[in-house]
Design a protein. Structure first.
Length: 666
């Protein structure tokens, strides 16, 4: 049955196309498995909290924007009653009844793993003020609203690299929460807010159930904006602007999501497994509470039957403070595909160890495929229990850092991607396979011996054991590496054991394969001590090196091409083109498609490189969807050849919600 919602409707109506309801929440309360909620044009300022879910893939509850109509779900309210108080400053008093029991201007960005603001710095609030779709910056006094000063230079907290300074005047706001009202002062530059669209954050989320296990929901075709979402570390409850809240089988597709204070889409953790206990109790490190959360998850039904298996596809996600997609534990067995994610964490209002376009903990059997992620502080961060995970056919570019795999034991696969940012890969893990990628930035390796992390039975959430990261047990096959000079992406100090290079030379000194690793460890005394501090064996073969990129000392079949170049270029309409000029020797490189059988097993986990269903893994589909037949070129394109070439590797989606929305009124 179709249930219709319209701005001209009434919640006392029957929900038919002739007598539609007025709110999406009213429709959500009526919807049952198999129903479709059709929402017609307009701005719906609600936190939609569906109480019912579907009963399977074919009996799901679908929420969809009406075909061809622009529908906005907003966590904000419009404010029109501004008064000028001089010096370019405007004032409004918002009745606290508007916020209910959650006032974003009283709530702060706070929790485990947050680094800045620190305890001695002014807090950053979950509130936000928007002028015609542009987010203003929070300042900490009315005086700073009067004289906001110039745009400040931004520096990336991890690499220390200066960032582009925002253009235009600095538009700012400050809020003071009293007993009955929240008073906001704002500097809108030359704009008169009484004649413009000014919105303020009101709701924590925009589409997320309050209960767990509201399963099998589809959310399709909306513009979703302005969530006052809290900081979402892996040791806390992880609400998003949109999210299933510990459920299974959601499909989130073809939406435009933007301006969530922290996270846009959360596939993540349930508060019952711990909620910022390191910050609340201050008695143990966050690492210890995170380890406990993994075990606690089993007590609340963490498993394939009840949690995960979501699909997040063809969305545009932009302008969020922490993540485009986040998830600890609840992201298992999911697919994140064909999304366009950009400008995540770039305003630098706050900083912590959980910021990325896609940031997942325990992404067991998760597939990250076909995404275009750019202009983020970090594009993709896979942290803890990256097992059965596949990162394939993505284009990561224009970020400070592209891919970070941290404290995981594998097996995981990274294949047929372009990683074109100054830092292409940070590998603080083991048991990975990097096959047929293009690396245009540096690689960094680092062991992690002070945090033992879990691993699982294959294709399962059941915990099998845990261990520290010595590094190695990796495979690097058929990739292209390029770089010039000495890589200097880090202005901050590196640990003594960090290894950085343009190619595979950071692996110099690692044993040549598993047998050489066994020879070394068997020659040492003791049981567990003979493995301590020994880097694991690696397989490196068939890679191509351009410019100053360096091959591993004993690599088999390396092709070194001092001439030639390769790069990613964006056209005016956002299309991405891979351009190359390669010498004739390039055509002598390459090999047949790689299979899981060739990759062997991840040593510590004792698990094979397999497809998600446990079948054979065949890495034969390239970045643009072409299949490899017989011998194929090195890198992400099967048909890449010597000479001057130009290949479109990503196009903007042909059907996306309209972005310029500041003329739309409630």
């Amino acid at each position: 049955m179709d249930i219709h919602v319209s701005k001209q409707g009434s919640d006392d109506a029957d929900g038919s196309v002739r007598r539609p309801l007025a709110t999406v929440n009213a429709a959500a309360r009526r919807a049952r498995p198999g129903d479709t909620v059709v929402v017609h044009a307009g701005v719906y300022r609600e936190w939609v909290r569906p109480p019912h879910g579907g009963l399977g893939h074919n009996r799901r509850i679908v929420f969809t924007a009406a075909e061809g109509e622009h529908v906005v779900l907003a966590g904000s309210e419009e404010v029109t009653d501004w008064e000028s108080v001089g010096d370019g400053v405007w004032r409004t008093a918002v009745d606290n009844a508007v916020f209910g029991d959650f006032n974003p201007y009283a709530e702060t960005v706070w929790g485990d793993w947050l680094v800045r603001p620190g305890p001695d710095e002014p807090p950053v609030h979950l509130g936000e003020v928007y002028l015609n779709g542009q987010a203003l910056s929070e300042v900490h006094s009315v005086a700073a609203v009067v004289e906001p000063g110039p745009q400040t230079e931004l520096v990336d907290d991890w690499t220390g690299v200066p960032q582009p300074t925002p253009s235009g005047p600095r538009l700012v706001w400050h809020a003071e929460v009293a007993e009955d009202a929240t008073v906001i002062h704002a500097n809108f530059g030359d704009a008169d807010p009484r004649g413009e669209l000014v919105e303020i954050n009101v709701r924590r989320s925009v589409f997320q159930p309050e209960a767990n296990h509201v399963d099998h929901i589809t959310l399709r075709g909306f513009e979703i904006r302005h969530g006052a979402t809290p900081w979402a570390p892996p040791t806390a409850d992880q609400p998003g602007m949109v999210g299933p809240n510990w459920a299974t089988g959601w499909i989130i597709e073809d939406n435009l999501l933007h301006h969530s204070k922290c996270s846009a889409i959360s596939l993540g953790k349930d508060a019952r497994t711990g909620d910022n206990l390191a910050s609340v109790r201050r008695d143990k490190p966050g690492y210890q509470y995170q380890l406990e959360a993994v075990f606690a998850a089993e007590d609340v039904g963490w498993g394939r039957e009840r949690v995960g298996s979501h699909i997040v596809r063809r969305n545009t996600i932009r302008d969020c403070g922490q993540n485009g997609v986040v998830g600890h534990l609840g992201c298992v067995f999911s697919t994140i595909a064909d999304n366009h994610i950009h400008h995540i964490g770039t305003r630098r209002q706050f900083y912590g160890h959980e910021i990325a376009g896609i940031k997942l903990h325990a992404p067991i059997d998760v597939r990250i495929e076909g995404n275009n992620v750019h202009d983020c502080t970090l594009a993709v961060w896979l942290d803890w229990q990256t097992q059965g995970t596949r990162v394939t056919r993505n284009v990561l570019h224009g970020n400070n850092r592209d891919l970070f795999v941290e404290v995981s034991h594998g097996p995981y696969v990274v294949d047929h991607n372009i990683l074109a940012s100054p830092v292409s890969l940070e590998n603080f893990s083991q048991g990975g396979a990097y096959v047929n990628n293009l690396f245009l930035g540096s690689l960094r390796l680092e062991p992690v011996r002070d945090r033992a992390t879990p691993y699982h039975l294959p294709h399962s959430t059941r915990i099998r054991g845990y261990g520290v990261i010595e590094g190695g047990d990796d495979r690097l096959i058929g990739n292209i590496f390029s770089g010039e000079g000495e890589p200097e992406p880090y202005l901050v100090a590196l640990p003594d054991e960090a290894l950085v290079g343009w190619g595979t030379d950071p692996y110099d000194g690692f044993p040549a394969g598993e047998q050489e690793y066994f020879r070394i460890t068997e020659s040492r005394p003791g049981d567990h001590r003979r493995f301590n501090g020994v880097r694991q064996g690696v397989t490196i073969q068939g890679n191509v090196y351009l410019g100053g990129a360096k091959a591993h000392a004993w690599e088999i079949g390396a092709t070194r091409l001092p001439g030639g170049w390769i790069r990613v270029r964006a056209t005016d309409d956002g299309t991405l083109v891979l351009e190359a000029d390669l010498p004739a020797e390039f055509d002598l490189a390459g090999q047949p498609a790689v299979t899981g059988r060739q990759l062997g097993r991840a040593r510590l986990v004792d698990a094979d490189f397999e497809a998600h269903d446990g079948g054979e893994l065949v890495l034969d589909t390239d970045l643009v969807g072409s299949l490899a037949g017989g011998r194929r070129a090195a890198g992400p394109l099967v048909a890449l050849t010597a000479g001057r070439t130009s290949t479109v590797v990503w196009r903007p989606p042909t059907r996306t919600p309209r972005r310029r929305t500041w003329g739309d009124r409630t």
